[in-house]
Design a protein around this ligand. Structure first.
Ligand SMILES: [Zn+2]
Length: 325
């Protein structure tokens, strides 16, 4: 085991993996789709207001015991590592950012389509070992992403490049899946490059009621992301809770990670049916990064999970993901 594997790169410098504490593995501070700043009808981005809102959010999470906030924003979705570093300094929250790009249909694909896989690996390794641009702020994990049902050649190239960068640097991979599909393709692509499945979180695997899909990912050794608590558009939190309990009951507590995929400030207009982010938030009252602590954990305890198992999910599993143990 190398020393680096036990150290996590945060936006303010290295931290021992053992110190991560209660960790939310998939939340966001700023997110905007490529070209968001070109939408003249969108509310403008006001940095100081966004920072104040983000600091408040971090303090609210600290009051719930959260010590580490992982923001796997892809590099092409409005990632702003200097904003994250300033937020970390102002709030005292430990924040981890990622390198890696989004899936073909929703990312900024033109540039990476031109580049050979080896150069994409080099770009990711550079962001992990030296920092993003000239900021010196280093990524602590790699985001990978695939589209619905089928992994495109573009996505295969990027996931393979990411796996090679993970292999070279020892950082874990955090994924986006679309419609809870292609999790097995992600495991195949990552393990083909010699990365162990337990260095991958198959994200958004809670977007289905299909226990057997989730269980099959856990059985292969990957982490299963129940990371969209509060997003009740397609799946309710009650279904997520039932499925989480069932996976734990099948002996896979050590493969579960939880989060909300929340966003403090959306850049531009979020989705066609909402004119502003506040309108979307009003429609999804539980889509807040505190929901797990206030609404989900009591139901998990009622459903038979022990406090030890909750600690495994919130503290031990993130530490194991980052420290490769
Ligand atoms: Zn996300």
């Amino acid at each position: 085991m190398s020393a680096t594997a036990r150290t996590v790169q945060t936006v303010t410098g290295p931290a021992p993996a053992a110190d991560l504490g209660t960790t939310l593995i998939h939340e966001h501070v700023l997110v905007g789709f490529p070209g968001w700043e070109l939408d003249a009808k969108a509310p403008p981005f006001r940095r100081a207001e966004a920072m104040a809102r983000a600091v408040d959010q971090m303090h609210e999470l600290q009051a719930e015991g959260v010590r580490t906030f992982v923001d796997p924003c892809p590099m092409d979705l409005g990632r702003d590592v200097e904003f994250l570093a300033e937020l970390s300094q102002q709030s005292g929250m430990r924040i981890v950012c990622t390198t890696g790009a989004y899936f073909e249909a929703e990312g900024i694909t033109h540039t990476f389509r031109q580049l050979p896989e080896e150069e994409i690996t080099e770009i990711y390794v550079k962001e992990i070992t030296e920092g993003v641009g000239e900021t010196g702020i280093r990524a602590g994990a790699i985001k990978i992403a695939t589209g619905s049902r089928v992994v495109s050649p573009y996505e295969k190239k990027l996931v393979t490049a990411a796996a090679r960068a993970a292999k070279a640097t020892g950082v874990p991979l955090i994924s986006h899946t679309q419609d809870a599909s292609c999790g097995h393709d992600q495991i195949d692509l990552v393990t083909a490059q010699g990365v162990a499945p337990h260095r991958l979180v198959v994200g958004h695997s809670d977007g289905t009621a299909d226990h057997w899909y989730q269980r099959s990912l856990a059985e292969r050794g990957a982490f299963v992301g129940f990371d969209r608590f509060g997003i009740s558009l397609f799946i309710s939190d009650d279904v997520r809770i039932q499925n989480l309990l069932r996976l734990a009951d099948a002996g896979h507590t050590e493969r579960i990670l939880v989060s909300h995929d929340s966003i403090v400030c959306w850049l531009g207009r979020p989705v066609p049916f909402a004119q502003s982010y506040d309108q979307l938030l009003a429609a999804l009252p539980d889509w807040r990064p505190t929901t797990i602590f206030r609404k989900v954990i009591p139901k998990l305890l009622e459903g038979g999970l022990s406090q030890d198992q909750i600690d495994t999910i919130l503290v031990d599993n993130p530490r194991r993901l980052f420290s490769a143990t």
